[in-house]
Ligand binder design. Sequence first.
Ligand code: CP3
Length: 354
Amino acid sequence: MQLKNDRYLRALLKQPVDRTPVWMMRQAGRYLPEYRATRAQAGDFMSLCKNPELACEVTLQPLRRYALDAAILFSDILTIPDAMGLGLYFGEGEGPKFQRPVRDFVDIANLPIPDPEQELRYVMDAVRTIRRELNGSVPLIGFSGSPWTLATYMVEGGSSKTFGTIKKMMFSEPEALHLLLDKLAQSVVLYLNAQIAAGAQSVMIFDTWGGVLTPRDYQEFSLGYMQQIVNGLTREADGRKVPVTLFTKNGGLWLEAIANTGCDALGLDWTINIGDAKARVGDKVALQGNMDPSILLGSPERIRQEVQMILDGFGQGTGHVFNLGHGITPDVDPERVSVFIDAVHAFSRTYHMN
Ligand code: CP3
């Protein structure tokens, strides 16, 4: 079926568009009262992820409020470690935790590589349900965590500030960590290719914690495995290219290396000027980003001003997908999101006139 709005896919492939497409990381989430109501109905966050009808419902909620140019599958990056048997849970008011973190070579050697249509079938069912319900209105983004980012949660047992446990493994048992990262890379390739087969029209890899590494360790323990994934992905479906976006938070110093993987687009956080990023890698890849999500806590005037500055920073032409530099936070007023989306729509046309 023909997509009614394909600006997002076109911009990722640097094809001409009439205005800059926009979506928001974590666009389905706790800042929306309707999300909180559906989550309460599901019971908890993982029950919401595991119910394809409700996952579809929360995926569509932000699209009913705002003229977004893409939908993102409602799920989590930690579904893969959960499917490997680590026992994911979310304590009330806490981040993610694992009942059985991996600690040594034996734990890692015993980890299975999940079959996406078995242990992760609920994700594929959600993708199929969402594609059906979107009915060609906008493209659907599939996603996964990067092997390094998934490994941080699996080895630390949850969120961390210092990454002491995984770094200890990195410096004392690098073979064990490499085995884990290789299993994760294989799992992510199967998982993303299954999402594409189920209907995802583009995929994004979230490397939230690559930026805590030294440049050399980033290359060896994070980027190398994202490269393995890029090499293994299905890049075409239904006669269209399936663009791949890599996002390393705090990865602004390494844009050239990330662009060299052969991905189609880079996600940028707000610590880099988008014009500088374009000058460095804009001939190779499209750019997604990069407004500080906290700007959404500011006044409507301040939000409009920031949107204008980022559009100006990128300048004329295609190759830009407007987004936040990280996920929207639960304290944002949904009205401010309207101001943001409307500003991107209104101000971006003049950058696509020729
Ligand atoms: O963008 C979207 O709307 C799609 C859904 C999505 C979620 N998580 C839903 C979610 C996506 C793409 C993710 C990715 C994810 N999950 C990442 C990478 C991106 C990033 O934010 O850095 C990471 C590191 C995770 C792991 C994770 N899941 C954490 C650290 C948390 C707790 C965060 C918090 O704010 O409490 C989650 C839970 C989670 N994932 C929520 C949502 C909407 C909040 C859960 C709730 O409803 O209480």
